[in-house]
Design a protein around this ligand. Structure first.
Ligand SMILES: C[S@@+](CC[C@H](N)C(=O)[O-])C[C@H]1O[C@@H](n2cnc3c(N)ncnc32)[C@H](O)[C@@H]1O
Length: 217
């Protein structure tokens, strides 16, 4: 992790074992549903030659799929280093290792430490981070053209699940927490940073929202 940043327990929860499981599933079945929807949104808007910044991209499956569809290069920001071995193997197998850059970096804490990109992706990340305003605000400021993110619903059921998980983490004396941020407030942050929602897919439990930056003509 770069000097500025705390992994907030992600290093413990998103371990090498977790990364191996995700990699096996991707090799066997390809992208899961929320990830497919993210790629579907981006492919429809065009990713040819695009630069992609994925925040909390895990082993980087979405990035691989976007590179296969013509994206120029990708940067992955993570709080957990445990994915790196599997990520490197997948990128090598796909023949795109020279177009993938991986960094341990918290963009919410150090937004100036990373360059902008045409496309910004956050899949199942906001629910692992306490300050959605800083995270999404920084993500939006780095998105020149498109931003797509998935999130759980902010309803009572999900809030209760998150509270029960957090109680268990507390008992285990682990720092990691999960969050049920209000979806409308998250979208309002992105809109405040100049993005407009043009795509929504409701899934269980993860919903996908795609946003575009209005071009000044
Ligand atoms: C539930 S995992 C999702 C991984 C992958 N996106 C997926 O959907 O399979 C959430 C990931 O977000 C990362 N994460 C959370 N907050 C982050 C931040 N501020 N910057 C970078 N990564 C972050 C965690 O380390 C974790 O790997």
């Amino acid at each position: 992790m770069t000097g500025c940043c705390n992994s907030r327990g992600c290093e413990w929860f998103f371990s090498a074992r977790f990364a191996r499981r995700v990699t096996q599933r991707y090799r066997k079945r390809g992208l899961d549903k929320p990830s497919r929807r993210i790629v579907e949104f981006l492919e429809a808007r065009g990713v040819q030659g695009a630069t992609v910044l994925e925040i909390g991209g895990g082993v980087g499956e979405i990035q691989l799929e976007l590179l296969k569809r013509g994206a120029a290069r990708t940067i992955n920001l993570e709080l957990s280093p445990a994915y790196d071995e599997q990520a490197a193997e997948l990128a090598r197998e796909a023949g795109v290792a020279d177009r993938v850059d991986r960094r341990l970096h918290d963009i919410a804490v150090d937004p100036d430490g990373v360059e902008g990109a045409d496309v910004v992706v956050l899949n199942r990340v906001v629910c692992c981070y306490p300050d959605y305003e800083r995270l999404l605000g920084a993500a939006a400021d780095h998105a020149d053209r498109l931003l797509v993110f998935s999130h759980p619903p902010g309803n009572l059921l999900w809030r209760s699940i998150a509270a029960a998980q957090n109680l268990a983490f507390r008992v285990m004396r682990q720092e990691f927490r999960s969050f049920a941020h209000p979806p409308a407030a998250m979208l309002a942050v992105l809109e405040h940073h100049g993005l407009r929602r043009t795509f929504t897919r409701r899934g269980l439990p993860f919903r996908v929202a795609g946003l575009e930056r209005d071009r000044v003509s």
